[in-house]
Design a protein around this ligand. Structure first.
Ligand SMILES: [Zn+2]
Length: 404
């Protein structure tokens, strides 16, 4: 009897604490994990999710959703519409090649065309095609921008963050999937001006307004796209400048195989020398489950080795890349050749390696907008964003997913 009480009490305390934790005290990463990121973004060999840890510190309370995000009445209507949409079979929109419904993004303060595109994992080019007349440098708040989201749309919510000792704007941004610049742009006038002039003027106890992502809209809920077969497969033949690790597992769709060849030949022209490109698995003949992979079933995925220097360069096994052995300029050129292909949907690469490439690309004068469009880095690895995205297990190769 005596020993039971403290236990019950502890349970009660835990329950209270659990319930008292505000919904807002969830990082976007945790929210993403809870909602489950699209299976299409989860190549199997990479294992389970590797989202950033939940950060519950510094949060004050949930503030009502900003009016320019979604008025309440509209949210209710949306919720009804969503329920209806879920109960019916979800149809893809014609403008999205029937792959997903069309989504209308409402422009909020601080949005840029590049960050809007990247938020949905598409290119600026795709956005412009769907929205003729939209000007990249003249986005109006409240304007609706059409997108075919590769990354599921999320509700956005405004809340107040109280600055802790030692916080920097970049760190706060990374916690919530934003860049430092975006955090600054979301502040009210005087504070915004002050931070623009001197980001170091941030002080403990100061209150920041942040617009963060919440749950995925149900009508865009992730579908499992990994499983399937390959009805009409084409085998990637050996060719100049690349090495196929397992030719019997190098069957892909015609689009995929053609895109691989063209990306490699484009890269070879730029790379001027360097080791052969290492092509890993695509799919088995006929597709279907492939040992060691969750995806690679439909002939639309390929693993490509990083370009390495020194002893690791010609090693035929994939080798983990790091600052010491990674040929950053060549790896960047190779990934860029894939990213530039209109048939590529996403490239999965370890977040730390993204940093090396990102910094290199910035030194090469790749514009801020382009970096934002392509890289998830520096928004934190828990945030699905851009074309090049983190997935656990991609330290020794990158994984390219094609449209079809
Ligand atoms: Zn893979």
């Amino acid at each position: 009897m005596r020993s039971r009480f403290p236990l019950a009490f502890a349970t009660l305390v835990a329950l209270i604490l659990g319930f008292a934790a505000p919904a807002a005290a969830q990082s976007p990463a945790a929210a993403a994990a809870a909602a489950g990121d699209p299976p299409s973004e989860e190549p199997e060999e990479e294992g389970d999710e590797d989202a950033a840890p939940v950060d519950t510190s510094g949060l004050k309370k949930v503030v009502k959703p900003t009016t320019n995000v979604k008025p309440k009445s509209e949210q209710k209507k949306d919720a009804k519409k969503q329920q209806k949409a879920v109960s019916q079979k979800i149809k893809g929109d014609k403008r999205c090649e029937f792959r997903m419904p069309l989504y209308e993004h409402e422009v909020v303060d601080g949005d840029m065309l590049s960050s809007i595109a990247a938020r949905y994992g598409v290119r600026v080019k795709d956005v412009l095609k769907l929205n003729p007349g939209v000007k990249a440098n003249a986005l109006k708040i409240g304007k609706k921008i059409k997108v075919c989201p590769e990354i599921a749309p999320r509700l956005r919510e405004e809340f107040t963050y109280t600055v802790k000792k030692g916080d920097s704007l970049s760190e706060i941004g990374e916690k919530y999937g934003m860049t430092r610049r975006e955090v600054i742009k979301q502040q009210k006038w005087s504070l915004r001006e002050k931070l623009e002039k001197d980001p170091g003027s941030l002080r403990e106890g100061q209150e920041l307004t942040l617009i963060v992502d919440r749950g995925v809209l149900p009508e865009f809920a992730p579908r499992n796209e990994d499983k399937g077969t390959l009805k009409i497969g084409v085998q990637l033949e050996p060719g100049k400048g690349y090495f196929i690790k397992r030719p019997h597992l190098a069957y892909g769709t015609a689009v995929c195989v053609r895109a691989i060849k063209s990306a490699i030949s484009g890269y070879r022209q730029k790379a001027k020398g360097g080791p052969q490109v290492h092509v890993g698995d695509i799919s088995a003949r006929g597709g279907g489950p492939l040992k060691g992979h969750k995806s690679h079933q439909k002939g639309i995925d390929v693993d490509i080795g990083l370009v390495l220097r020194g002893d690791d360069a010609d090693e035929t096994r994939f080798r983990t890349g790091n600052e010491g052995n990674l040929d950053v300029p060549r790896t960047w050129a190779l990934i860029k050749a894939f990213v530039d292909s209109p048939d590529v949907r996403a490239v999965f690469l370890d977040y730390r390696l993204q940093k090396l490439l990102y910094e290199h690309a910035r030194k090469q004068k790749v514009s801020e907008a382009k970096l934002d469009e392509l890289f998830q880095y520096p928004r934190g690895k828990g945030r699905a964003f851009g074309i090049i995205r983190h997935w656990k297990g991609h330290k020794d190769h990158f994984h390219v997913r094609f449209r079809k």
